[in-house]
Write a protein that binds this ligand. Structure first.
Ligand SMILES: [Zn+2]
Length: 264
């Protein structure tokens, strides 16, 4: 397996992986979607709420706010030495106290320490009019995407075969029908030749193949080469997500290996 092109931004990742299989790509995709630990609000104590929204809706909205996740500082609550009671090693506390008229934003959630402030402070929670109040306490804990969407770190996790576009220059009469048919606009006629502008944008829809009367163009996917993409909600960086996913996968394979050795 070989990664020959990786673009790692703060919250997004795109890489081209060679000599792999769809099964491996899919296992990586599934681990990124459902297994990476993430911090999210899971318990809310409402002291006062006479806003237009029910306590439950506000709690749900707060739960979905991305919080910075520091996996070296936090552990799962059910595995913690506090035995699930909640302590600084497994729980982050927030308070919120606002009185209208105003809009309550994610940035109004006051953490016990500034480093736990929500990733984006501009997510609206509820609008308060004159005389309306919202006072609450929230507890955030680590969880996994497979248990609830609020613990899902990444979105748009997917892969596709690396496109292969074959052009038979002897058959092509440069009619340009394929250029017009391509919804991603990746073909062009340049210097009396049909050329490909950006092959990675090709979705292999075959529109160009269907429009060509001369059978001069052929599109297929390379079954051993993939374009893998995902983006995070900012609670973890794309690099942290990738590293954690690979650690989880490798630990799982090690576990299987350990058990096979025992059988011998
Ligand atoms: Zn604890």
């Amino acid at each position: 397996m070989k990664i020959n092109d990786i673009k790692l931004g703060k919250t997004n990742c795109k890489m081209v992986i060679e000599n792999s299989t769809p099964y491996f790509m899919n296992s990586l995709r599934r681990v990124i979607l459902s297994e990476i630990p993430k911090l999210a609000v899971s318990y809310v104590t409402v002291y006062d709420n006479n806003s237009a929204l029910f306590d439950e809706i506000i709690a749900h909205r707060i739960g979905m706010i991305p919080l910075p996740t520091k996996l070296d500082l936090l552990g799962f609550r059910d595995q913690c030495t506090c035995e699930g009671k909640g302590c600084p090693n497994c729980t982050v506390l927030y308070t919120l106290s606002k009185e209208g008229p105003c809009t309550v934003y994610s940035g109004d959630l006051q953490p016990q320490d500034k480093m736990w402030a929500p990733v984006d402070g501009n997510i609206p929670i509820v609008k308060l009019t004159e005389g309306q109040r919202l006072i609450l306490e929230a507890e955030a804990v680590l969880g996994r995407g497979k248990d609830h969407a609020k613990w899902q770190v990444a979105s748009g996790v997917g892969y596709k075969y690396y496109p292969i576009i074959e052009i038979d220059e002897n058959k092509c009469n440069l009619c340009g029908k394929c250029v017009k048919a391509c919804p991603r606009n990746i073909l062009e006629i340049k210097n009396n030749k049909l050329t490909i502008k950006d092959i990675e944008k090709c979705s292999m829809c075959n529109s160009c193949v269907e429009k060509c009367n001369k059978d001069a163009i052929n599109v297929k996917g390379d079954e051993s080469k993939f374009i893998f993409k995902f983006e995070t909600d900012g609670s973890l960086s794309a690099k942290e997500v990738l590293e954690k996913a690979l650690e989880i996968l490798s630990n799982r394979y090690k576990e299987i290996h350990k058990q096979i050795v025992k059988i011998k």
